[in-house]
Write a protein that binds this ligand. Structure first.
Ligand code: 13P
Length: 247
């Protein structure tokens, strides 16, 4: 499967740095070394600016969240239709930071995945356990429940990406062992069967402290079809090194 390397900029970037970062990535992509599929997920304020920079390149654009409705009286929210209109092909949903900061439930995330699909966006659904849940041996159970609770019926593989992001690995410099990641990804693959048409070709990303120095090893694990990169996606050289490790 062709790998996908996605950069989640989170709440980082003002106009000048976001545009400079995107321009540098477009320059590197145009220089032609074999790259995987690349996706940038800047904050909403930068979407249209970054869309202009990446237009005509093979770099695609994603949002970091959307509302369950496409329009209406929802102050401060952004709809999937708006993301699409701004040039997005993807949207990250159910990130652990949204589950925590905004108390998002599986049921809410499921409605958001439906909204993304309605608007023609690929949903990148994030799942992952806390450190306590892993220590208690509940990791597989937690991700199964997140998948069961947040995936609507009737999705096909082209409409969905799953990102396994252990919460304790995000921004900490710690990662699970390759064997631990392989076990979760194999479990996710099975969990998708019967829920998603073409489950074998849903891309399963790993996220959590992916850096240039561990990307090669992480991206070679069975059923790891790419990476969702946080901190290292804010530096063009680091993000590009990760992309090259995937190629
Ligand atoms: P870091 O790469 O900074 O650990 O963040 C991972 C993440 O949350 C991507 O969505």
């Amino acid at each position: 499967m062709r790998k996908l390397i996605a950069g989640n900029w989170k709440m980082n970037g003002l106009k000048a740095d976001g545009v400079a970062l995107a321009k540098e990535l477009v320059r590197r992509a145009a220089a032609g070394s074999p790259a995987p599929d690349l996706l940038l997920c800047p904050p909403a304020t930068l979407l249209t600016l970054v869309a202009d920079v990446v237009a005509g390149s093979n770099i695609r654009l994603g949002g970091q969240d959307c509302h369950t409705r496409q329009r209406g009286a929802h102050t401060g929210d952004i709809s999937a239709a708006m993301l699409r209109d701004a040039g997005c092909s993807h949207v990250i949903l159910g990130h652990s930071e949204r589950r925590t900061d905004h108390h998002e439930s599986d049921a809410l995330i499921r409605a958001k995945v439906k909204a993304a699909r309605e608007a023609g966006l690929v949903a990148i659904l994030c799942v992952g356990e806390t450190a306590q849940e892993r220590d208690a041996g509940r990791c597989l159970d937690i991700v199964s429940r997140q998948i069961a609770g947040s995936l609507p019926e009737g999705l096909s593989a082209a409409e969905l990406v799953i990102a396994y992001e252990p919460i304790w690995a995000i921004g900490t410099g710690r990662t699970p062992t390759p064997a631990e990641i392989a076990a979760v990804h194999a479990h996710l693959r099975v969990a998708l069967e019967g829920r998603v048409a073409g489950a074998a070709s849903v891309r399963l990303l790993y996220g959590g402290s992916v850096k240039p120095n561990n990307a090669w090893e992480l991206l070679r694990i069975a059923n790891v079809d790419g990476a969702l990169v946080g901190g290292a996606s804010l530096d063009a050289a680091d993000f590009w090194a990760i992309a090259e490790a995937a190629a």
